[in-house]
Design a binder for this molecule. Structure first.
Ligand SMILES: [Zn+2]
Length: 446
């Protein structure tokens, strides 16, 4: 296909997450073939066969961290009192009702909502594997298949971060048994998790990539994490881990392991370039330095972190130390990657009493190419020849965006409703005449 628009470059070959993303060019012709960008021309006009995209065309957004089923909790849990831990009990209630058919139905709506928000790739941190009580489905990967086929049906990329979950929690005396409602998350042993993965005849689909996840230091002991990382390295796959979201889990980790979660990961040689640390909200200065030294990516989820009263992670310090940052909508209290990106800067303003902590062009790079790379698509999230043909167009004349210059500043004004066109793998999945057809009320009233 060919498309002509004003285009915002984002992402570059440099190893720092900054670069020539400050300017937008008008009259840009993007040519794609077999899912790749094959040509980018400026000022050559719009050939008859090309589609004219009115607005700002930029790389598609990457959603680095998703638990699709938690979308069903939006609006139902925000008004209560409590903490992350009381919210988690409501989350267990929603997970209880899922089976492969109902999860496919729900996830199709969630991934459609993501497509409408300009998201071209999602990392699904998936742990609702089994029946109640941990009993396997006849096809032990039925739930993962439901998610993968939902994303493929919608037409967005999915990295299936199949998650190991072994323990009910951690305190100073060690790991404790699973609670009944956690049993369906667990394969019981890391060896079973590896075996289940080998049993999966994964669909040979251009939009699907396999990854791995270890739930957290409270749900997976470090030796089991090493088995997951062994699988991931053997398969050239990303590994994602929830780390230091809550002070209480840090305390339990220090009480038992005599080390912070990051120190435990380092001591077991788990910090490799394929690792993304999710949250990283409560890190020590030494944790920050360690993550930076290893060039680790941290997936911040600011809209969930504020909803759950988690706290504000040290984003500027992490970048300064050499780490990278991407974004996830996590619990889907909001599915809006522009909001996640601007929240990084706005949270930093609240905690430092200073404006302009992150360059606006860097925020877009984090929301696009860093996220794609974290999910195992290193050639996605960038408008360049040879890159994946995943891009979106944002209306510059809407009630929200009118007046914003055509450039990265769009991150401070755009919302999902301003995304007019979404192209993934060279295919248009959202346009004024192409919209996912979803009965939202039926999908989300579960
Ligand atoms: Zn999460």
């Amino acid at each position: 296909m060919g498309a002509e628009s004003t285009a915002q470059r984002s992402g570059n070959g440099a190893d720092r997450d900054t670069g020539p993303a400050d300017e937008a060019l008008s009259g840009v012709l993007i040519t794609t073939d077999q899912g790749r960008i094959t040509d980018i021309d400026v000022g050559v006009g719009c050939p008859d066969e090309a589609e004219r995209l009115e607005g700002l065309t930029m790389p598609a957004l990457a959603n680095g961290h998703s638990h699709a089923f938690q979308r069903a909790m939006r609006g139902r849990t925000q008004s209560g009192r409590g903490s992350f831990w009381t919210w988690r009990d409501s989350m267990y209630d929603v997970a209880k009702g899922l089976d492969p058919d109902s999860y496919h139905h729900l996830a199709t709506a969630v991934y459609s909502e993501m497509a409408l928000a300009g998201i071209g790739a999602v990392g699904e941190f998936h742990y609702v594997h089994h029946r109640a009580g941990g009993i396997l489905y006849d096809n032990p990967n039925a739930m993962a298949e439901a998610l993968v086929s939902a994303a493929a049906d919608v037409g967005i990329r999915i990295t299936m971060l199949d998650t190991l979950y072994l323990h009910g929690g951690l305190d100073r005396s060690g790991y404790f048994p699973l609670r009944p409602e956690q049993e369906r998350f667990s394969d019981r042993t890391a060896a079973n998790w590896v075996r289940r993965r080998h049993q999966w005849d994964v669909p040979d689909h251009r939009l699907v990539r396999l990854g791995a996840a270890a739930h957290s230091i409270r749900a997976v002991d470090p030796h089991a994490m090493m088995e997951v990382q062994g699988w991931a390295l053997e398969h050239d796959a990303p590994l994602h881990i929830h780390v230091s979201e809550q002070p209480d889990e840090n305390k339990a980790c220090v009480d038992f392991h005599r080390a912070t979660p990051v120190e435990v990961l380092q001591a077991h040689e788990l910090l490799a370039p394929n690792v993304t640390v999710v949250h990283g909200t409560h890190l020590t200065g030494s944790d920050v330095a360690t993550l930076g030294d290893h060039g680790i990516t941290c997936c911040f989820c600011p809209t969930t972190e504020r909803d759950l009263a988690d706290g504000i992670g040290p984003s500027a310090e992490l970048l300064e130390a050499g780490a990278h940052i991407c974004f996830g909508s996590d619990s889907h209290a909001v599915i809006d990657l522009f909001e996640e990106a601007r929240a990084l800067e706005l949270n930093e303003r609240l905690s430092t009493l200073r404006r302009g902590n992150h360059r606006v062009s860097d925020l877009l790079v984090m929301a696009t190419s860093v996220g794609y790379r974290s999910l195992g698509w290193p050639d996605g999230g960038r408008l360049e020849v040879g890159g994946l043909a995943d891009f979106i167009t944002v209306d510059l004349a809407s009630v929200r965006t009118a007046g914003t210059p055509p450039g990265p500043e769009i991150v401070f004004s755009a919302a999902p409703a301003d995304v007019t066109n979404v192209v993934v793998d060279g295919e248009t999945i959202v346009s004024p005449s192409t919209r996912p057809k979803v009965d939202w009320a039926a999908a989300y009233n579960v």
